[in-house]
Write a protein that binds this ligand. Structure first.
Ligand code: SIN
Ligand code: MN
Length: 268
C-alpha cells in the first residue's frame, strides 16, 4: 500500500495517518481468535493491570502467534513504514498488543515514544514509526488514543520516568507541556472500526484515558525502525525491544487469509 503524496504531506504536517477498516473482517477475525490464548499465558511478556489481573500489554506476540508473525511483515504496514523512512529498510523494534480491558483498562499518560526509546534503549533519532491495527472497534467510550496533532514538529521534549501510576514504566510529559502543545494544536481522538490502521511517529505526543465502558479496546502495535537508527543500549529485555536488525521483507497482501486457507503451511 503506497501512500499518496498528499498522505505523506499530511503525515509530515499533522503527524499521523488513519485508514479506517483497512484490514477486512476475515483478517481481523483471525487476529482476534489468537488473543485469548495469548492473554492466558503467564509469562513476563504479559503485563497485567496494577489493580486487576487483566492483561494491559502483551509483548512479542509476533514470536508467540502465527497470525501476528505474519502481520509484522504485512505490506499494508511495511510499505508505508519504509516510505515514511525515506525509503530506508526497517526492522522490528517492538511488537505488542495494548489491551485496555472492559471496565479495567488503565490510563496511558501523555508521552512521546521517543523519550523511552532514547532513554532506555539508546535509539539515536526519533525515526521509529508506530503502526497500530485496531483489533476491536475503537470509540469515544473505550479509551481511544488521543494525539496532539502537529506536536511531532516540536521534536523531542524533556520527560520524566513514571513508575507509579500504572503497571508499566513510561517516560511521560508534564501538564504544563501538554497545555502549551494543545494551545497550538488540536487533540484528535483516533477512532475507527476493528481493522483500522493508525500510523504515527516517535515524537507524536499521545496518551489515552481509562476504559470505563463494557467494551474491550485491543490494539496491535508494531514499531518499525530504520536499520541505520538501531538501539545503542541493550538494557531492556529482548522481548520488549528487539535486537534483530534484519530488514523486514514484506509478505504477500493476502498473507493473513492464506494462513486460514493453508493452516499447515510453514508459518512465514
Ligand atoms: C494506548 O494503547 O492507549 C497507548 C499506546 C501507546 O502509547 O502507544
Ligand atoms: Mn506510546
Amino acid at each position: 500500500m503506497r501512500l499518496t503524496t498528499a498522505q505523506v504531506a499530511s503525515y509530515r504536517d499533522r503527524g499521523y495517518l488513519i485508514f479506517p477498516g483497512l484490514f477486512a473482517g476475515a483478517e481481523v477475525a483471525l487476529m482476534r481468535a489468537a488473543l485469548p490464548a495469548l492473554f492466558d499465558e503467564r509469562r513476563p511478556e504479559n503485563f497485567r493491570e496494577k489493580a486487576s489481573d487483566e492483561v494491559r500489554s502483551a509483548f512479542a506476540v509476533h514470536e508467540r502467534s502465527d497470525v501476528f508473525r505474519r502481520l509484522v511483515r504485512h505490506p499494508r504496514l511495511i510499505t508505508p513504514a519504509v516510505q515514511l523512512s525515506d525509503g530506508e529498510p526497517v526492522y522490528v523494534q517492538q511488537v505488542k498488543i495494548n489491551v485496555k480491558a472492559a471496565f479495567a483498562g488503565d490510563v496511558w499518560q501523555w508521552h512521546q515514544d521517543f523519550s523511552t526509546h532514547h532513554a532506555e534503549d539508546g535509539v539515536p533519532l526519533p525515526r521509529p514509526i508506530n503502526l497500530h491495527v485496531f483489533l476491536d472497534d475503537v470509540t469515544e467510550f473505550n479509551g481511544p488514543l488521543m494525539l496532539i496533532a502537529g506536536s511531532q514538529r516540536t521534536g523531542p521534549i524533556a520527560a520524566n520516568l513514571d513508575t507509579t501510576t500504572t503497571s508499566y514504566p513510561l517516560w511521560t510529559l508534564d501538564e504544563a507541556t501538554i497545555a502549551k502543545l494543545v494551545a497550538n494544536g488540536d487533540i484528535v481522538s483516533a477512532k475507527g472500526p476493528a481493522g483500522t490502521l493508525l500510523i504515527f511517529g516517535d515524537t507524536m505526543v499521545h496518551g489515552s484515558a481509562m476504559n470505563m465502558s463494557p467494551w474491550r479496546r485491543a490494539i496491535f502495535s508494531l514499531i518499525a525502525n530504520p536499520v541505520s537508527n538501531a538501539q545503542t543500549t541493550l538494557r531492556r529485555p529482548e522481548w520488549i525491544h528487539h535486537r534483530d536488525f534484519t530488514p523486514i521483507a514484506p509478505l504477500a497482501d493476502d498473507c493473513l487469509l492464506a494462513l486460514a486457507e493453508r493452516p499447515a503451511a510453514i508459518a512465514g
